[in-house]
Design a protein around this ligand. Sequence first.
Ligand SMILES: *Cc1c(COP(=O)(O)O)cnc(C)c1O
Length: 383
Amino acid sequence: MTNDVAGCHAVLHLDRLAANLAMARSILGTGGRILGVVKANAYGHGALAVSRALERAGIDGLAVDSLDEGMDLRREGIASPILVMNPLCPGDASPMIAAGLTATVSDAEAAEALQSAARRAGRPAGVHVRVRSDGAGLGADRGDVAFLLRRVRGFANLRLDGLFTHMIGPYRDDPVQIGREVAGFRTLIDRLPADVPKPPFVHAVTSPGLFNAPGARFDMVRLGAVLYGIRMVEAGGAPFPFRPVMELVSRVAHLCRLEPGDDIGYSPGARRRNEGRSGGRAAMIPVGYADLPFLLRFRDSAVLIRGRRAPLIGEAFMGKVLADVTDIPEAALGDEAVFVGTQGIETITVEDIGKANGIRPSAILMLGPRVARRSVGQVGGEE
Ligand SMILES: *Cc1c(COP(=O)(O)O)cnc(C)c1O
């Protein structure tokens, strides 16, 4: 039972995060390095708590999208290598070096800016070169990679750490596209001219590729979704051995009558008219689209109350949503209401919500600022 002001909290099972990392390691076998992707506040889970837990669990390095995300983690004492995956803007070179972040470079101007900043700072800077995939995406064109690698290697203050690409095919679970992307990247590496150094860490695989692109693991993989226990692709129904890290829990804050014809929501429309029986009841859950942005466009969703599914009705408000509890007569004020997680024998997963509402599973947990996060199952002792 909870008493949050916002009425909703996220429970973070940090032990499952560690177990998911161990599972990824066992899938990879020995030798493969893992970068834990903690961009976008660790997919809503809280970048700092997640980064600390991953560090304790022995992650090889972390990855974020932007300079700011990397600087925030450094400020909080995260010491692991942090790769900033978006290609470097030349103007970000100095703060990047001051924070000891590893830059992604996909053009010569960025490499030059980084070299100048590193020389001025008297500190070497690590660099990964990013190459565009055959699918699409950010990065240097394949034809420019040899030139760029030579250029980076030629700069005294830069250290060439890696070469990577971000594939699209694995997310579409499309074997033809995966084959094309993997072959394109592999050919690029195999055909680098003899005078061009092969960087120590080559990487292409992300969460879905762990299942559907096993031939592209190279030296390192970049994992976000699977570490959080989020399944991005069916991958031919292969078992998914990762457990969800986050549960989302609220409570019943008010109960009211629900009559057929009740029109719930600001937008007029018969679609929102309740067609239930007379003498029905609705539970108000103090969680709206300010807290769970996916509620703004839910089509078919529910919460668990007393171990049963209570369908959400009408439309979500900024700070609340109504659930139909007509069929749960014992529902009472203060009852736990689970958006994501398990209650009794019922479970709601982000994959279920994603499928029923046409939303990517990884978008469901992008929480608003009012939602408190609580860690349980700390790895290696309390904070
Ligand atoms: C987000 C991201 C990842 C992580 O992807 P998952 O599917 O969550 O594992 C890896 N690499 C890049 C470049 C990304 O932007």
